[in-house]
Write a protein that binds this ligand. Sequence first.
Ligand code: FEO
Length: 397
Amino acid sequence: MYNKRPIAENIYYAGVNDRQKSLFENYIPLPNGVSYNSYLIVDEKVALIDTVDISFADIYFTKLDALLKDRHIDYLIVDHMEPDHAGSIGLLKQKYPNITLVGNAKTADMLNGYFHIDTPFHEVKEGDALSLGKLSLTFYMAPMVHWPEVMVAYESKNKILFSADAFGTFGTLDGDYLDEYLNTDKYWDEMRRYYACIVGKFAVPTQNAIKKLSSLDIKTVCPTHGPVWQKDLQKAVANYDAWSRYEAQEGVVIAYGSMYGNTQQLAEAVAEGILSQGIKDVVVHNVSKTDTSDILSDIFKYKGLIIGSPTYMMGIYPMIEKLLSYIEHRGIRDRYYSCFGSFTWAGAAVNTLTAFSRTMNWELVGTPVENKQAVFADKYQEAFNLGIAMADRLKTS
Ligand code: FEO
């Protein structure tokens, strides 16, 4: 009925795929779906690590029954209380009334707040261990990766880290849960989009967690979303490490809004200017067409960013406003930045976009281009020159 191959002796994958939901957290598109991962350790004691979204409780409990045979569950390890993982806790508690929930002091508050559950509860602190028999779990706090109660669990015999949201990705598990059996190429862009949208604001906590966990000997990472990492473990960790240091590669994102095509013409000219200098990695996004999560993901990828907006109701274009909000919330650092825009009777957008460089403490590259009404050769050249300036800055960085 499903993959019962253990991750290691007596340790099983028990998660589910969500191919139905359109929007994660009700605003981030899921074109490739997502998995909610749960893990089961069947030792002298039985421990379940995280649950799944409540929409999938039926199939989840069927899976658990098949793995458990006639055993009951002694412990539920609650690494993270966000409902995509904690959603089935209430039902699990109904099925196993004596189950002991394991978490930290912040988890206890949330368990009570979400489910009115307070006992039996086993509180753990940094470095505490829980023996299951032959195996044991040691807990490390990872606050704000992605919520304050987040913790991870390490099983030392098999060197497995149950990492909560860290090292997770969008994308369902199509046929297997283990990276060795999957073509993982399809996950890397989705991992960056997941990181940018979900974890991206929490760069310092992510760095802290990576540094703390680097002293552990880890052979397998079991995140709450996406593949179990073994073969590509180093790449998954290196990605999170680079993104949480806001490292980016040579290239430019041009994100523009345009009502009647004038700002778009400036975007074309900027792109031509960059390419004329031999920088090939340029992505041009029409903010009215491309989802903001995809643009944000590319901004995490590339060092250069140039934003264009028409003046709209004496301000900036609404979809550009949304993009700026996404960027500001994630506190993206160290980008080379510039801007351009059009207006018909009074300009405002370029001033606002220029000020955004100060908001983000980014280096403003070249001279922002502001165009009145239709774009003619002089403004086209200015925008082309802005592209050249960005290319030059990237080459000297
Ligand atoms: Fe996948 Fe922050 O929950």
